[in-house]
Design a protein around this ligand. Structure first.
Ligand SMILES: NC(=O)C1=CN([C@@H]2O[C@H](COP(=O)(O)OP(=O)(O)OC[C@H]3O[C@@H](n4cnc5c(N)ncnc54)[C@H](OP(=O)(O)O)[C@@H]3O)[C@@H](O)[C@H]2O)[C@@H](O)CC1
Ligand SMILES: Nc1ncnc2c1ncn2[C@@H]1O[C@H](COP(=O)(O)OP(=O)(O)OP(=O)(O)O)[C@@H](O)[C@H]1O
Ligand SMILES: [Mg+2]
Length: 298
């Protein structure tokens, strides 16, 4: 654990008075619909709190005023349910360093079709993508969408992992072999990075398997996975900038994922110390700054 945390420390860009706004990360979150506005907010604000300079949300028309009202710090585009959605997002892609696809997206077929176009445009531009929540629902329907795209990281929870595994292998997960299952899924998808969240997080790029057991808590409020995927959007960008020299030969994306898992669990731990059973994801987001310093700046 400690060795991998050191690799995470190596990819963090120094704060410097010579940098301009945007250099430490411009992240886009694709998600947010009528039902779910919290999830894209949690992901986008977490990206900012970890250290990105700008955080965009691409959501449906109905979700946009709600998300804007949560925070003046987010840039919100009400485009996801418009006929030219993929084109609208594509216009922004040259200015974005990473996309987080799925938090609060929902499962409406027309929206998912638009997101398919966004994923294809992102791959064509070589933009790293973190795929979570309903983005994983889409990938389970069409694994070819990310097959072999090495700048993709998938962050399934227990259910999402089973669904993906079943879609790829046409059979259930062997629950006695979590390491092997994560490794095999990554390999079968052409070495995309897979992060299976749970009591311990299991991470693989199809070559290495890492386990993150950073102490969290027993509190399982909704939204913790959104904090993880938003944080990972920034860390993925930083890791790719730093390159494998800084990660001692390990995959930069795997190191980034380990960083996001450790950070999320540490936020959960700290928030639980203060709030106990009433801990919510907003309490965890309030801990991002101190958790980050404790893990990565000591
Ligand atoms: N505030 C907001 O706006 C938030 C919005 N969110 C958004 O909601 C959307 C749907 O996401 P999701 O995670 O609810 O969908 P999915 O994974 O299909 O789970 C459905 C069912 O699976 C089960 N289950 C889950 N974990 C399990 C486990 N470890 N072990 C065993 N079973 C487990 C459990 O079933 P049950 O216990 O009811 O049988 C659960 O009810 C998505 O857009 C997401 O971003 C969230 O981000 C939260 C904050
Ligand atoms: N049993 C557990 N013990 C400790 N930590 C856990 C446990 N289950 C999940 N976590 C941690 O909680 C975080 C979110 O994982 P979870 O499985 O709840 O994601 P999720 O279902 O996608 O969340 P969300 O509600 O945001 O959709 C991860 O950092 C994971 O390490
Ligand atoms: Mg989730």
């Amino acid at each position: 654990m400690e060795n991998t945390l050191q690799l995470v420390r190596n990819i963090i860009p120094p704060l410097s008075s010579t940098k301009h706004k945007g250099q430490d990360g411009r992240i886009g979150v694709v998600g947010g619909c009528q039902e779910y506005t919290g999830a894209p907010y949690f992901a986008a604000i977490s990206a900012l709190k970890v250290g990105a300079d700008l955080s965009h949300v691409f959501c449906t028309n109905a979700a946009a005023p709600v998300i804007k009202a949560y925070s003046p710090e987010l840039i919100v585009h009400p485009v996801l349910d418009s006929p030219g959605a993929a084109h609208e997002v594509e216009k922004w892609l040259p200015r974005l360093h990473a996309l987080v696809v799925g938090p609060g997206l929902g499962r409406d077929d027309a929206l998912l079709e638009n997101v398919k176009g966004i994923l294809e445009a992102s791959k064509a531009r070589d933009i790293p993508v973190v795929i979570d929540a309903d983005g994983l629902w889409l990938v389970a329907q069409q694994p070819a969408l990310i097959q072999g795209y090495r700048k993709a990281v998938l962050t399934p929870n227990h259910m999402e992992f089973s669904r993906l595994y079943d879609a790829v292998f046409r059979g259930p997960v062997d629950s006695d072999d979590r390491h092997g299952s994560v490794l095999r899924l990554s390999q079968a998808l052409g070495n995309v990075t897979v992060v299976q969240k749970g009591e311990h997080d299991i991470l693989s790029d199809g070559q290495q398997v890492l386990v993150c057991s950073q102490e969290g808590s027993s509190r399982r409020c909704g939204g913790q996975g959104d904090l993880l995927s938003g944080s990972l959007g920034v860390l993925v960008h930083w890791a790719l900038l730093a390159g494998p020299e800084k990660t001692n030969g390990s995959s930069p994306l795997l190191v980034a994922a380990f960083g996001a898992c450790s950070l999320t669990r540490q936020c959960n731990h700290q928030a639980f110390q203060k709030h106990g059973r009433s801990t919510t994801t907003s309490d965890m987001i309030a801990e991002v700054g101190t958790a980050f310093s404790k893990l990565f700046e000591t």
